[in-house]
Design a protein around this ligand. Structure first.
Ligand code: FE2
Length: 324
């Protein structure tokens, strides 16, 4: 079922096209984040300007005509309201014009399902790590199929923490990926460590690291920040793995692009004879392909939403989203 998906929850305006689970196109335009961070109005303006060019690029990449599109999905949330609205309006306009079914998709479900299915896992313990989210999840059947939250951040997502550290210490570019590069030549210095059961907190280590960067080598701070924050995630994930007796683990979301985190999770998986699955980095970054991928599965499995029901929800929790 040829399905188009639109992602616009944060800095990326992405459009993907899927057909029978195969990704035919995954095009995007990314808002360039400056030291002031993301200003919602400016990001939404960027998305508005990119609606038409990115949709056209995806259609031409997939080598299809608009009339062949049989269904459409968009990110309902979580995300920045003004940005989500751009994708929602674009999707509703296309659905109305082509008279095709439309479904709202949870952003996190997009990341998880494309990673889970691409890596051939059936029922993994999931570590979902992105800018706004850091959660340990497991599929639960009751009262409806959904990803139940076993553990999560008490405050900010780990991606947001790394990006904020990069901005506050004026790294260029001000992204978590710069922290990963600089961490390669660092030595360990003490950092605060906060894990409670399967939950964790990142604001303490963020404040400490920003202060520490004034008196220590940036390489040492980046290295120690990564090692400590990832150890917190790993400790909580390992606890959840043992509690659920899982033999499969899956890591996804923007921070799953970090090779040090994957290396640490690999060692836990090996220790407990579990398999670690992850997907191509283009699907860990925000993208429209995962929305098309999940929307197609939803539509094929009977999800129905009228145009009037197609809303956005800035705080759309993953455990409120039905998995099809
Ligand atoms: Fe994301």
């Amino acid at each position: 079922m040829l399905t188009l998906g639109i992602e616009s929850s944060a800095h990326t305006f992405g459009v993907g096209i899927a057909d029978n689970g195969k990704i035919l196109a995954n095009e995007k335009a990314m808002y360039k984040i400056e030291l002031s961070g993301m200003i919602p109005k400016k990001v939404a303006e960027h998305h508005v300007q990119n609606v038409q060019p990115v949709i056209s690029a995806a259609i031409s990449k997939a080598a299809i005509t608009p009339k062949e599109i049989e269904g459409i999905g968009y990110t309902k949330g979580p995300g920045i309201g003004t940005c989500l609205q751009v994708g929602q309006i674009a999707a509703k306009t296309i659905a109305r014009k082509l008279n095709i079914p439309i479904v709202p998709v949870n952003h996190g479900i997009g990341h998880i399902e494309i990673a889970r299915i691409n890596s051939g896992l059936s029922d993994p313990l999931v570590l979902y790590v992105s800018g706004g989210n850091s959660q340990i999840l497991k599929l639960s059947k009751k009262p409806y199929p959904h990803y139940g939250v076993m553990g999560e951040t008490f405050d900010i997502g780990i991606g947001n923490m790394l990006d904020t550290f990069a901005r506050e210490t004026k790294l260029n570019p001000a992204w978590g990926s710069t922290v990963e590069k600089l961490a390669k030549w660092g030595r360990y210095i003490n950092m605060p460590y906060t894990v409670k059961g399967m939950d964790f907190s990142f604001t303490g280590i963020l404040t400490h690291s920003i202060k520490a960067a004034k008196q220590n080598s940036i390489h040492d701070v980046c290295f120690s920040l990564q090692e400590t924050a990832f150890s917190m995630l790993c400790e909580a994930t390992e606890r959840a793995l043992l509690l659920t007796n899982s033999t499969e683990m899956c890591v996804c979301g923007g921070v799953a692009q970090n090779s040090r985190l994957k290396e640490m999770l690999e060692s836990i998986a090996k220790e407990h004879k579990a398999r670690l699955g992850f997907t191509d980095n283009q699907y860990n970054a925000d993208n429209g392909a995962m929305i098309a991928f999940v929307a197609e599965r939803m539509l094929k499995n009977g999800a129905k939403t009228s145009l009037d029901q197609c809303k956005i929800e800035q705080r759309y929790r993953i455990d409120q989203a039905k998995v099809y």
